[in-house]
Design a protein around this ligand. Structure first.
Ligand SMILES: Nc1nc2c(c(=O)[nH]1)N[C@H]1C(S)=C(S)[C@@H](COP(=O)(O)OP(=O)(O)OC[C@H]3O[C@@H](n4cnc5c(N)ncnc54)[C@H](O)[C@@H]3O)O[C@H]1N2
Ligand code: MOO
Length: 394
């Protein structure tokens, strides 16, 4: 059995990015950049006002003296002339500061009268000017290759004046749930001993949230011939295949065997983590096949630890960037950790992370509340309430 770090490393080494494609900026949200995104020009493009008010020469400011208002400067409509002594230009937020002026007095400190304006005592010392290039400069890398275009990053991409953006193509994902007992949600109550197939719904949602496109959803009974047919269909349709269940050692655990006839090469199988020990990764040709344990909590924990970085890596993102463990206070005392590295499902509260009551790997209800995983290396000593733990957003 290998450790979590080793498994993560093997994943990074074995998963390549898909090719790039250009998309319009309107289509780019959520995608991963295939190239560095460079600014076309400086921002602001010139010195601009940060306030509505009057542009003047700071050195000539006098209180209560009328200044001649020469004209207006609005965003996109600069004032063409020059500001001299006892002269001002009416200016609005975002407008270019006219030649000669080096200061903006907020309109709250100004009294306009006809074509003059006078300033009151108390206008602040600040100049209220945003310098050209103070946000970014032409040629700056605003977003590096591999960056995901989050809502915030979209602003930077558009500000760079880019209409077309090179992004990695979205992985097409096929998901196969295995197990004789599984039926579609909504049908289980009518069939004795059946249970709703739940795990793949979480897996599919995670795939979509990570920029993948789920193109195929299959559920198969534990019968090798049938499952091999499903595996073959999945490999023909998708860039990535995810299988849930059948990962363990039982007679009916066929998730790996179903790909063997199709040329599966294992990258790793069994990782010393709890939950999720039976997780495995393989490849058929270039296509990754990820096997998640059937227990729903184990499936979602391993989806977070392996599928999320895998989807990022397939889109040219940093797999490791999706495994950022942060120091967080823990609101409960924790017992000594066992022989496997443990990922405790926890809920963020004002007091710190609170472990979910039910830590069973087959649990489903606590998944809805648990938004963090507390990471405890094998053999970690017991910790007291309030101590800092290492945690990953779940
Ligand atoms: N003798 C051993 N038994 C088990 C071992 C072991 O090392 N030796 N490992 C255990 C661990 S750890 C896990 S985790 C489970 C997972 O094994 P499988 O991936 O083979 O899961 P299944 O047997 O197919 O199912 C386990 C459990 O989960 C339910 N299930 C499965 N798929 C779904 C689904 N899509 N939606 C909802 N629920 C699902 C299934 O009904 C079972 O109850 O193995 C241990 N056993
Ligand atoms: O690791 Mo299994 O995932 O304990 O239930």
């Amino acid at each position: 059995m290998i450790g979590f770090e080793e498994a993560s490393r093997l994943l990074r080494e074995n998963v390549a990015a898909l090719p790039a494609e250009p998309v319009t900026i309107e289509e780019a949200a959520g995608r991963f950049l295939a190239k560095d995104l460079l600014a076309r020009f400086d921002a602001p493009r010139s010195n601009v006002s940060a306030m509505d008010g009057y542009a003047v020469r700071a050195g000539t400011l006098e209180n209560g003296v009328p200044f001649k208002v020469l004209g207006q400067a609005r965003p996109g409509m600069p004032f063409g002339g020059e500001v001299g002594v006892r002269e001002a230009v009416r200016i609005f937020t975002g407008a270019a500061v006219p030649k000669g002026a080096d200061c903006v007095v907020m309109q709250e400190y100004a009294r306009a009268e006809g074509d003059t304006v006078s300033f009151e005592e108390g206008h602040g010392p600040t100049r209220h000017i945003r310098k050209a290039g103070s946000d970014f400069c032409e040629g700056d890398v605003l977003l590096a290759r591999g960056t995901r275009l989050t809502p915030r990053a979209m602003v930077a991409a558009a500000a760079a004046d880019r209409a077309s953006i090179e992004v990695s193509i979205q992985p097409r994902v096929a998901i196969i749930a295995t197990g004789d007992e599984l039926v579609s949600p909504g049908e289980a109550h009518a069939t004795a001993n059946a249970i709703p197939e739940s795990a793949s719904h979480g897996v599919a949602a995670l795939c979509e949230a990570m920029g993948g496109t789920v193109v195929l959803r299959l559920t198969g009974r534990d019968e090798l011939g049938l499952l091999t047919d499903l595996a073959s269909e999945a490999l023909a349709t998708a860039d990535l295949v995810v299988v849930t269940g059948g990962a363990s050692v039982g007679d009916h655990d066929l998730a790996r065997p179903m790909f063997e006839a199709l040329g599966l090469e294992l990258v790793f199988a069994k990782v010393a983590i709890k939950p999720g020990k039976p997780v495995w990764l393989g490849k058929v040709g270039d296509k990754p096949v990820l096997g998640l344990p059937g227990n729903p909590t184990s499936a979602m924990v391993t989806a977070r630890l392996f599928l999320q970085p895998l989807l990022a890596a397939m889109q040219g993102g940093e797999a490791a960037a999706n495994l950022q463990f942060l120091p967080m206070p823990c609101a409960a005392a924790l017992p000594e950790a066992g022989g496997r590295e443990t990922f405790i499902r926890a809920i963020a509260t004002p007091e710190g992370l609170t472990p979910a009551q039910n830590q069973e790997s087959g649990a489903q209800a606590p998944l809805a509340q648990s938004d963090w995983l507390i990471r405890r290396p094998a053999g970690s000593p017991a910790t007291a309430r309030g101590e800092t733990v290492s945690a990953l957003a779940f």
